[in-house]
Design a protein around this ligand. Structure first.
Ligand code: B16
Ligand code: MG
Length: 212
């Protein structure tokens, strides 16, 4: 086989939390009187919470200090975490679960490489709390994607070399992070449109062929 391990981005690959991020940021933006729509929300994909707020503030007329920014990002996270309680194992598609099981049966190690500080809670909600061999997330890193830190950390936790790992991503910043870390990348959605990935997938189950 071409790879020994597969490292999955979480939001946009294993599950879809876009609508919850949108609702939470929208409520913060409305309170601040900042224009915010789904197109701006698309730009937040794969980007850290702090960097996401900076993008939202591009439409803010005033100035804001670091402490105030932290209060608003904390508020967004409280709203977001409450919305995540709506997630359940039913939000994990059969296609994703079957493909993961198939890769595992073939002897591949499986890890998560997510910018999110809520990755553990999301995995728990999906019924995947104990499923992965390693979880590298926003709590373990100091530099967000497109920096490769989160994927390098995942490979380290698995005890694998980067060149033996395949990363699966949906965001351009995530594809850039994988490549900067010396890993091959299979991309979905915006990541595939970026033209920077080694493989472009139409659907998650395409992975079965890619890792053969
Ligand atoms: P949190 P991923 C990313 O997760 C999301 O795509 C991005 O929209 C979000 O801002 C980021 O996590 C941080 O999330 O506020 O929960 O720490 O795609 O890298 O799995
Ligand atoms: Mg993502």
């Amino acid at each position: 086989m071409k790879y020994r391990a597969v490292i999955f981005d979480l939001d946009g690959v294993i599950c879809f939390t876009d609508k919850y991020h949108y609702q939470a940021w929208k409520s913060v933006a409305d309170e601040l009187g900042i224009y915010f729509d789904e197109k701006i929300n698309d730009r937040l994909r794969g980007v850290s919470r702090k960097a996401s707020f900076e993008i939202i503030l591009e439409n803010y007329d005033g100035t804001m200090g670091e402490e105030e920014k932290e209060r608003w990002t904390d508020k967004k996270n409280e709203i977001y975490k409450n919305l995540l309680k709506n997630m359940s194992p039913e939000d994990l598609s059969k296609e994703v679960k079957d493909t993961l099981d198939q890769l595992r049966e073939r002897g591949l190690s499986l890890a998560i490489g997510s910018s999110s500080k809520n990755a553990g809670f999301i995995l728990h909600q999906l019924g995947l709390g104990e499923y992965f061999d390693a979880v590298s997330d926003g709590n373990l890193i100091s530099k967000s994607k497109p920096d490769p830190e989160v994927f390098i950390k995942a490979a380290e936790l698995l005890g694998e070399n980067p060149e033996d790992c395949l990363v699966v991503e949906d965001a351009k910043a995530g594809v850039q992070a994988a490549k900067a870390g010396g890993m091959d990348c299979a991309a979905l959605g915006d990541g595939a449109k970026s033209g920077l990935a080694d493989y472009n997938m139409a659907k998650f189950s395409d992975l079965s062929e890619i890792v053969k």
